[in-house]
Write a protein that binds this ligand. Structure first.
Ligand SMILES: [Fe+2]
Length: 137
């Protein structure tokens, strides 16, 4: 599988250099997952994507939350709640991955994970994070 580095599409670009850079990593993971769904030869790739995602949520969400705290952002609690739901779902996906026993289950799992990331991009980044970044700009 060959992965080309991708740029974050315009609809997810929020105008904050570091937040956009971090969201680009999530989009990259989404693209890698899309590639995996087309060619599921190497299960290790799915595991690497999941491990990356698990590390990513921690550093990225803490970055956003620290920034919100330092600026006294009014909607911080609602935003943090969305983060904790996403984090919980990532942990659940990670746990579920260890129970998969064959290629078909892996594929169903990968497609579900892809839908989850798509939802994250569309709902959280393009809406909730955008509202926060608009108050920054
Ligand atoms: Fe966020």
């Amino acid at each position: 599988m060959s992965i080309k580095l991708v740029q974050l599409p315009e609809q997810y670009r929020l105008g904050h250099k570091y937040i956009d850079g971090q969201h680009e990593i999530l989009f990259q993971l989404f693209k890698e997952l899309s590639e995996y769904c087309k060619d599921t030869e190497y299960d290790i790739e799915l595991e690497i994507i999941l491990l990356s995602l698990k590390t990513y949520v921690d550093t990225h969400f803490r970055y956003e939350e620290n920034l919100m705290e330092s600026l006294g952002y009014i909607n911080i609690e609602t935003h943090k709640l969305e983060h904790s739901k996403l984090e919980k779902q990532v942990v659940e996906k990670f746990d579920k991955f260890s129970t998969l026993s064959n290629k078909d289950e892996m594929m169903v799992f990968a497609l579900d994970l892809k839908g989850f990331l798509m939802h994250w991009l569309l709902e959280h980044i393009a809406e909730t994070d955008r509202t926060f970044c608009e108050t920054l700009n």
